[in-house]
Design a protein around this ligand. Structure first.
Ligand code: NBX
Ligand code: IMP
Length: 821
């Protein structure tokens, strides 16, 4: 008898009223945490509360997991090396409708919910946008009722903890698991062998293909850890399954007894290394073998796991595309194409053509960047050594790809070289984006502009060969986290103004647009923003010791520090304003606080210099009495999801100023606009669509377009000429070069300045003037509070389209072919 035929024996679902929750918390405190309420510390209360909420999630979790076994529904598997989940307690409570009763229960126990919530570690298993998108998608897939699994890596150390010392970024290890993780369940039954290295031997025929048998030289175990992901109203609870590596042999006792402790533990160390750290690179590929090991490790474990589940239920791999959709979140999991082919051909005896149809029918791929340095490729030699069978398969895929290109495009050698999965120009490398592309039935970009650029640039030739394959799926964000949880004051106001139906149907947000000019509504909207700014001001005071005026404009740029995101443009303009304030103290300056936060990859020297410059400029401006507090600059350390949740609701102005064509989408732009910040931005990524949705009067767009950027680059960008012709810009750059902001080391920014004057690869100087003018436009709007508030309200009212639920519905319909609720 299979479990399908058995009736599950279910526990009694847990009660959710405040009185029962109080009893449950006291119970957990004693029996699971082992603490007496008299001596319980805040972290003990947090543990008890998490366990109580977790129980209530589990009631829905088992039911949700069983569903597809009963109905035969298709499952979606989202493969990502990053899940930037942040804290989970508020998310789970909010989606289960438990915030109020839990707060009440804790209150009656003399415990403050907000205080203990802040103790939960922020799970930072990601670098930035791509990782946070994966987390938002997990929440949305549960909310719209898709049976979905997230598969990733359980890094012991997530993205580093950033400290700022003397203006410099210092990276400290992040340690989210040090006090245990109450959300996860270790699954001993889901443990798989993962092979590396070794040899390949032929092993008979499978149809017209020689079947090969890979004999790995090395094996490690992948162990699953499951975290429940609760959808809105708890209707569905999905699983985030993260893999941890463990040595097959934890210890070699003979070595140990001989006294060679290092050799005795060598396997343990090697396995442990695979899942120990997240690579802190967001746009350059860490070229290390370890990264490839991580990728193959989690891909192989995930495929084994999903195939086990599939075979248990259906007994055949032939219907895989009907029952399974695998989404590759960027190229990091793209070895899945070769791995699935290997499993089908070598282990299931499926002929090549059929295996290829199954693979392509099942897999699809999302591209998140066009930056050449971020396009992943692996040296052929490394692939051959680590994954010899996969390399053979990639050659075979490539041979067939080039064959069909010769036929249908009549391709010449240049075209073939450009299409090839093997890059012959940089010492023979496997292009993982190309591999993902050819192994997928759909390939998507993450904003309309980015998708068009994909067709014209990196995938131009593949797009010609397969013109139906590329589609756009503009990113979205989990509105529940980024509005309802992050900004409770605003959601309460919106519910009061337009009714509670908005909680279940976010499209109703547009109704708030009708109130944009309503003075009373404006006043309340502004009051909520001010309260959020007061909270942020307190965070600023307590973390960096700068006091800021909540009535000044909070001008916010929060994101990874990267040259293409152009924090440098922002700080140059800040210096220009500083100069102006000193030169014209009599003018009516609109007070501003420039708020920066973000991490730079540890190896990215220029980005770290930019952090240092921001901090140097902050010190000078904040301490100059001539500024009279009209301008403040703040760099908040250790940007993460939790800090974003504090900054986003408090922002007045959202800086989205990347060099056009370089930001694939952006999602911070969506979070800020949703919370009523006005965007100052270039026509890049999703800014284009935000502008279309909120209307051109409610956003400040400036600068070169993507086409103009390309044209300027072709024509030869000449920063020196631009600087020479602009006194203001020249003065700013000279001040930096002369050490005005680094009197202790006047040469500190010489390279940065040289680079700006000679190359300026991100066209900072080209957009400087337009940016300054746009900022003065912003000042003018700010001086008319009613006008500002109306625009802010229209931003909130028109952002619902950027809900990740909308994005997920589009993936479900156009890529995965799964129904949604
Ligand atoms: O993905 C980001 C893009 O830069 C954003 O524009 C976009 O909104 C977001 C979600 O689609 N990309 C990103 O975060 N990339 C990485 O983090 C990354 C990490 C490792 C790597 C390459 C890129 N090797
Ligand atoms: P997996 O899908 O095999 O990883 O099992 C995870 C969960 O799915 C189990 O704890 C059950 O809740 C559910 N499940 C597994 N097998 C069956 C089945 O045959 N029928 C119904 N539910 C199942």
């Amino acid at each position: 008898m299979t479990m399908n035929e058995m009736n599950a024996i279910d526990p009694q679902p847990r009660r959710v009223d405040a009185e029962s929750l109080k009893a449950a918390i006291v119970d957990k405190l004693a029996y699971a945490v082992g603490k007496d309420s008299i001596v319980a510390e805040p972290h003990d209360w947090l543990a008890a509360t998490i366990l109580v909420v977790r129980d209530r999630a589990i009631d829905r979790w088992m039911e949700s997991t069983r569903g597809p076994y009963r109905t035969g529904a298709k499952r979606v598997y989202y493969l990502s090396v990053e899940f930037l989940i942040g804290r989970l307690l508020r998310d789970a409570m909010s989606n289960l409708g438990l915030v109020e009763p839990i707060a009440e229960a804790l209150n009656s126990l003399g415990v403050d919910l907000d205080a203990i919530e802040a103790l939960e570690p922020d799970a930072a298993l990601g670098n930035g946008g791509l990782g946070r998108l994966a987390a938002c998608f997990m929440e949305s897939m549960a909310s719209v009722g898709i049976p979905a699994y997230g598969y990733g890596i359980r890094y012991v150390h997530g993205l580093f903890h950033q400290e700022i010392k003397d203006g410099n970024q210092i990276e400290l290890p992040e340690d989210w698991l040090s006090d245990g993780n109450l959300w996860e369940f270790e699954r001993r039954e889901a443990a798989y062998d993962i092979g590396f290295g070794g040899t390949v031997e032929s092993d008979g025929m499978a149809g017209d293909t020689v079947r090969q048998r890979w004999q790995p030289q090395e094996k490690v175990l992948a162990i699953a850890y499951d975290t429940p992901i609760v959808g809105w109203r708890g209707a569905r609870v999905n699983t985030l399954r993260l893999w941890s590596a463990r040595a097959v042999n934890q210890i070699h006792l003979d070595d140990f007894n001989r006294g060679d402790h290092v050799a005795a533990l060598a396997d343990l160390t090697r396995a442990d290394t695979i899942t120990r750290v997240l690579y802190p690179a967001d746009s350059t590929v860490a070229g290390q073998e370890l990264r490839l090991r991580q990728e193959y490790f989690f891909v192989s474990a995930s495929l084994q796991d999903l195939l086990r589940r599939h075979l248990k239920q259906f007994g055949t791999v032939e219907n895989l595309p009907d029952k399974v959709a695998i989404q590759l979140n960027d190229t990091h999991p793209s070895v899945a194409v070769a791995e699935l082919m290997r499993v089908l051909v070598d282990l299931h005896d499926i002929p090549w053509e059929k295996a290829w149809a199954i693979t392509r029918g099942t897999i699809s791929y999302t591209n998140h960047t066009l930056l050449p340095e971020a396009l992943e490729s692996w040296p052929v030699g490394l692939m051959e050594r680590l994954l010899p069978r996969h390399m053979q398969i990639i050659y075979e895929i490539n041979a067939r790809l080039l064959q069909s290109a010769r036929k249908s495009l009549d391709a010449d050698a240049d075209l073939l070289a450009s299409l090839s999965l093997i890059d012959e120009h940089h010492g023979r490398r496997v292009r993982m984006g190309q591999l993902a592309f050819v192994g997928s039935h759909k390939v998507n970009g993450v904003s309309a502009l980015h998708t068009e650029l994909m067709k014209e640039t990196v995938f131009r030739d593949l797009h010609r060969l397969y013109p139906e394959r590329i589609e756009n799926k503009t990113n979205g964000i989990a509105l529940r986290r980024w509005l309802m949880q992050a900004n409770p004051g605003l959601i309460d106001l919106l519910v009061e103004a337009i009714g509670p139906a908005v909680l279940d149907d976010v499209d109703r947000l547009v109704e708030a647009g009708a109130l944009a000019e309503d003075a009373a509504f404006q006043e309340r909207f502004a009051a909520i923003k001010r309260a959020n700014k007061m909270q942020l001001a307190e965070v600023i005071r307590s973390t960096v010791g700068v006091s800021v005026d909540p009535d000044a404009m909070f001008d916010v740029q929060i994101k990874r520090i990267h040259e293409y995101k152009r924090q440098l443009l922002n700080i140059l303009e800040t210096i220009a304003v500083y100069n102006q304030i000193r030169m014209h103290p009599e003018r009516d300056w609109a007070p501003r606080v420039k708020i920066f936060a973000g991490k730079a990859a540890a190896s990215y020297w220029t980005a770290k210099q930019i952090i240092r410059l921001i901090n140097d400029v902050a010190r000078v401006i904040n301490n100059d009495p001539a500024v009279r507090g009209l301008l403040k600059v703040v760099f908040l350390p250790n940007y993460n999801v939790s800090l974003a949740e504090t900054i986003v609701p408090a922002a007045d102005l959202s800086e989205q100023i990347s060099t056009a064509g370089m930001e694939a989408s952006g999602t911070g732009n969506m979070k800020l606009a949703l919370n009523g910040a006005i965007t100052i931005g270039t026509l890049d990524g999703a800014n284009v669509e935000i502008s279309e949705r909120v209307g051109p009067d409610n956003i400040v767009i400036f600068g070169l377009t993507a086409d103009e950027v390309a044209a300027q680059r072709r024509a030869g960008h000449n920063p020196r000429a631009i600087i020479g012709a602009d006194d203001r810009l020249r003065t700013v750059i000279e001040a930096i070069a002369d050490g005005v902001f680094s009197p202790d080391d006047r040469n500190r920014y010489r390279d940065l300045v040289d680079n700006l004057m000679t190359t300026d690869g991100f066209l900072v100087t080209a957009d400087f003037d337009a940016y300054c003018r746009a900022q003065r436009e912003v000042d003018a709007i700010w001086r008319e509070p009613a006008s500002w508030q109306a625009k802010a309200i229209r931003n909130t009212a028109n952002m619902a389209w950027f809900s990740a639920d909308r994005t997920i519905r589009q993936y479900a319909r156009d890529i995965w072919d799964v129904p949604v609720g």
